[in-house]
Design a protein around this ligand. Structure first.
Ligand code: PEP
Ligand code: MG
Length: 756
């Protein structure tokens, strides 16, 4: 008999039992009889969770007097082990298994073979279904599959009959799996605690048994077709990872999406009488079990891809397509995702979002920049999260230490909260520097500005006491909109931002869309898909061709700044003519407004970002046209090292304190001396203490950094003597090692400067 036929036979009979008027206990008694008969098994038993213990609820073959008497703790005996690990056991000789425990009241001594499967409800084991035989033999695949299918049906019966209450199922978590630690790479420092929420939530299966098998088959067909379409169109989407690694993942996804074996197994599960959702889940459970038996890390990675895909298929088939953001966060949350785009992160409620754990991610990916601006700690490159963290688990995220504790013990949670309170005290101490001007020890005033991108960010200006906004990423408004923001909306935002800044300057960077900041409504017109988006049709390149876009933004900025100073900065300038063309768009709009006799900005300062190394070679041509230059080290360093900033594999490979970067930045500074152009850095590195120290040592006097770093960097500046650090940097750069991290740390240490 095939697995499907065996399961179907059981399911048909179970359907009758389920539909009968029997009470829950009566149904369970019938279920063990049916399974026992269909699998010709001498024993069939059902254990269910009650008051934290697994209790024998029904049996065929064991002593009836043991029913509601035999109870096992989670992790105790074979049954307890199945529930604890949520996995299947198939043993020819039960007694030989280290977890075996003999219960005399059951009369089970004569049975040798044993197979058991967990009954899973809401991702937790709430019971165990098992069979036993006198004859010592391993159960066949067909029988195990039939048991797994039956366990799914039982979970529905159990839920409907409220045989296990939800509170209890939830309460089991800590005992069931215990605390675990997940390690990763610190992407945004900080501490946060909350409950795990998956960005792509798991689908809840509410109906297990099909009413019309053919209809279920059609649903799965359609879902497969849709999923394949999605996978084919996925390249470059943030959810997927935007770095080079996504190619590999995409290939694996494609392989699974078109895998005949997978769709066939789902079809067979439907043949056995399951709904489309239950069939997908059933096959996934089975694959999970098989994979656990094969101890191969490479396969485990692939398994993780299949899990993702299976979940995607479930979402399609069930129509539950939204991310967790669309459902809203109900309590303090640690968000779990494979990867996220900046726009996806921005959809979450800032007040509830306490941290993010990603399986991918790198320091300068835009999602990380956004999280930094939101002051949300991020742990990246944490592996196989689905296997360790469940929806709703308590999570203590310590991104400073590069780990998260899942389901912590109470004393650990307490210690964490104490540390958390201390770190908040430290933050408060930085806040007290708000009104203190950042003069170095030798008396030079350093400009410490902050980076921003949304209206909400502006409150940080007053809180941190930053000197202004050195980089306002105007594309964030585009990223959070479903459609192109119209001119009026842009003007309103810019006006609000200027109002919030008062007399402090705000440098508006014109849209830098493209790369890892793609917006669907603009990409649609781009024709070909960009193979290499970071070096592709983005930022000024896109804006100059989409003249309407640039014009609308220019007009919005000019109108918003009527009667005040306007600072405009162009991103990704590679050659001086691009700057000229961009400025010409503003000049044209200015002429238009002048002709209309509208109030104009009092003064306009035009600047450029240096992000493309080629521009450094023609600075002598560009500088006379500028009033300021801002170095975008995030992009600049990825181009200097030819290392994709969003690729997690390269995340730790190149150091901002490498001699190449430092010498490059020093040369730019020296070229600019005497030009009258104000030169600063607005990349992420300026917000890190050792990097800031190095920048001061090669002549930089203006930094624009993430708001959370303003306090710590001000504190650092006040302890630095510029002559000393300049001499030291000159020395190190004339004969450098692989990077200057060690030397700088030592230097800081000797002067009592905190650097981490
Ligand atoms: C940069 O590239 O350093 C920069 C500040 O711009 P963005 O990070 O937005 O690309
Ligand atoms: Mg950039």
């Amino acid at each position: 008999m095939t697995a499907a036929a065996a399961a179907r036979q059981i399911l048909t009979r179970l359907t009758e039992v389920m539909a009968s008027r029997l009470h829950a206990q009566g149904k369970l008694d019938q279920v063990v009889e049916i399974i026992g008969e269909c699998l010709s098994s001498e024993v069939c038993s059902i254990y269910l969770l009650r008051e934290g213990m697994l209790e024998l609820f029904a049996t065929r073959g064991l002593n009836q007097s043991a029913v509601h008497v035999t109870r096992m703790a989670i992790g105790e005996g074979l049954t307890g082990a199945i529930a604890q690990k949520v996995e299947t056991l198939n043993l020819a000789e039960a007694k030989a298994h280290p977890d075996f425990q003999y219960r005399p009241e059951t009369g089970e001594e004569k049975f040798h073979s044993f197979a058991g499967v967990p009954i899973v409800y809401r991702e937790r084991a709430v019971g165990v279904l098992c069979v036993q035989h006198v004859e010592p033999r391993r159960y066949e695949e067909v029988e195990i599959e039939a048991l797994q299918t039956t366990a799914m049906v039982l979970s529905e019966l159990i839920a409907n009959a409220e045989l296990v209450d939800e509170e209890e199922a939830r309460g089991l978590t800590a005992e069931q799996t215990g605390p675990q630690t997940v390690s990763g790479l610190t992407l945004v420092k900080g501490l946060g605690s909350g409950f795990a929420v998956y960005h792509q939530p798991r689908v809840e299966i509410t109906q297990v048994m099909a009413e019309d098998t053919e209809a279920e088959r059609q649903r799965v067909y359609r879902a497969f077709a849709r999923m394949r379409e999605q996978i084919d169109g996925l390249a470059g989407q943030a959810e997927f990872g935007v770095g080079g690694e996504h190619e590999e993942v995409l290939e694996t996804y494609k392989m699974f999406a078109y895998d005949e074996g997978w769709s066939r197994r789902i079809n067979e599960a439907i043949d056995s009488g399951l709904t489309a959702e239950a069939a997908i889940e059933r096959v996934q459970q089975h694959t999970r079990m098989r994979m656990r038996e094969i101890d191969d890390p490479l396969l485990a990675e692939r398994m993780h891809d299949l899990e993702d895909l299976s979940n995607r298929l479930l979402r399609i088939v069930s129509g539950q397509l939204g991310t967790a953001a669309s459902q809203g966060l109900r309590r303090d949350t640690i968000l779990i995702a494979r990867n996220l785009g900046p726009a996806e992160l921005l959809e979450y409620d800032r007040r509830r979002l306490k941290g993010v754990i990603l399986e991918e991610g790198s320091l300068t990916a835009h999602v990380v920049i956004v999280a930094r601006a939101m002051n949300v700690p991020v742990l990246g490159r944490a592996k196989s999260l689905r296997g360790v963290i469940r929806e709703g688990d308590e999570v203590l995220l310590d991104a400073n230490a590069g780990h998260a504790i899942i389901r912590p013990l109470p004393q650990v949670a307490e210690a964490f909260q104490t540390r958390f309170a201390k770190s908040r005290e430290k933050q408060a101490a930085y806040a007290s520097l708000r009104d203190v001007e950042p003069f170095t020890r030798c008396g030079t005033r350093i400009q410490v500005m902050m980076n921003a991108g949304l209206r909400d960010d502006m409150s940080a200006l007053a809180m941190t006491g930053a000197d202004g906004v050195g980089l306002f990423r105007t594309e964030f408004q585009f990223l959070v909109s479903a459609t192109l923001p119209q001119r009026e909306r842009q003007t309103r935002l810019y006006r609000d931002v200027l109002d919030a800044a008062g007399d402090k300057p705000v440098i508006f960077r014109t849209v830098d869309i493209g790369g890892d900041k793609s917006v669907p409504y603009l990409a649609a017109g781009s024709g070909e898909h960009d193979e290499n988006p970071a070096m592709g049709w983005r930022a000024l390149r896109l804006a100059l061709e989409r003249e309407g876009l640039m014009k609308a933004q220019a007009r919005s900025l000019l109108e918003a700044a009527a009667g005040r100073s306007l600072y405009v900065m162009f991103p990704m300038v590679s050659e001086p003519w691009e700057f000229d063309d961009a400025k010409a768009v503003f000049d044209e709009q200015l002429a238009f407004l002048r002709a209309k006799k509208r109030l104009l900005p009092e003064r306009i300062h035009f600047g450029a970002m240096l992000e493309v190394p080629a521009l450094a070679e023609v600075l002598d041509h560009l500088l006379p046209r500028l009033s300021f230059l801002s170095i975008g080290t995030n992009d600049l360093t990825q181009f200097l090292f030819a290392a994709d900033r969003a690729n997690p594999k390269l995340a730790e490979r190149y150091d901002w304190l490498s001699p190449s970067i430092m010498r490059f930045l020093k040369r730019v500074m020296q070229t600019s001396i005497g030009s009258g152009v104000d030169v600063g850095v607005c990349g992420e590195m300026g917000g890190r203490r050792l990097e800031a120290l190095a920048l001061l040592g090669i002549g930089y006097r203006r930094l624009s950094i993430t708001p959370a770093a303003v306090g710590p960097i001000k504190e650092l500046i006040r302890k630095v003597d510029l002559d000393e650090i300049t001499t030291a940097m000159n020395g190190w750069l004339s004969d450098p090692g692989r990077n200057l991290r060690y030397e700088l740390a030592l230097w800081a240490d000797e002067r009592g400067i905190e650097y981490d």
